[in-house]
Design a protein around this ligand. Sequence first.
Ligand code: DP6
Length: 362
Amino acid sequence: MLDYKNPNLIIETAEVEPGSIAWRSPSNLAIIKYWGKYGSQLPKNPSLSLTLSSSFTETLLEYSPKQSGDRNISLEFSFHQEPNEPFREKVLKFLESITDIFPFLRQLDLKISTGNSFPHSAGIASSASAMSALALCLCSLEEELFNTLEDDEAFDQKSSFVARLGSGSACRSIFPTAALWGQTGEVEGSSDLYAISMADEVHDIFKDFHDDILIASTAAKRVSSRAGHGLMDNHPFAEARYTDAKRKMHFLLEAMKKGDLEAFGKMAENEALTLHSLMMSSNPSYILLKPNTLEMIERVRRYREESKHPVYFSLDAGPNLHVLYPGEIIHEVRLFVEEELMPLCEEEKYLQDWVGDGPVQV
Ligand code: DP6
């Protein structure tokens, strides 16, 4: 199995000049969700996401040949210009886990400065944008030191593979518009090891597509996604869930190819509620939705019925509602969002996001 382990990626420290690399990488919203994993960060079912735009992480990686001769990873770390020990430890652990892929990391003094475009307290998960930005920096560093990832396809594939090891959903953030992660007979070239681009497989309507994120609560989650995935291992509905997700993939791909928003939206809402039903029926059970999340769902459905506008919702592993709609009806929908949904949000907060072109090197 492809593992990218490469003991030859060792530098001649005397020949390496200090340098830096920076990437901006967006978050993504899964329409068919990854929930349940096996082995080392491999998904129990394929997932498909829209790549977002305004919710991103920017990461600067500075490096210089190591001064000391030890083999530990030398890492200075800051988040929004401040040292942050819990985040540093998380990143350090991740870097240590991938030294077989990037052995040269032990030979450098590393400094990582990172930050998100969205407020840390917004209740928005940042692991997809953060881990994809870091993976892209590491692959650029390899390319700079060894010239090994010359073509874009090889670069994207390795970045996605490495991002996956940091956080599963991060592997989908590498690609513009839409990405698929997980082996499925529906799509040639799909893999559990990395995501692939679906930009050319979806209708143009998804290239001008909005996701307004309504902040129902910014309180820290009681159960992390990592723990939630774990609870799928003994879940009574697990097998039925994986079968259902695989079946839905066929219909979602068809709907997205045709630009059939009604079928797309039905799938998006069904997946969001399925994810939360799995949490509620886990042992132990937990609920991340808030009363206002449910009220907003009711209002979206009522608005859709009355206006006939193709406006749908999705949810991540949290209480915040993602309101999805095509750009051509933005004026009408924003009126609805601001009049009827915003007042239900914590401090009336919502974030405007949209489908974007994927990461950029900055
Ligand atoms: C509900 O990717 O955050 O957002 O691999 O443990 O880091 P780890 O989990 P993570 O799980 C994401 C779960 C989800 C659905 C999705 O994005 O597909």
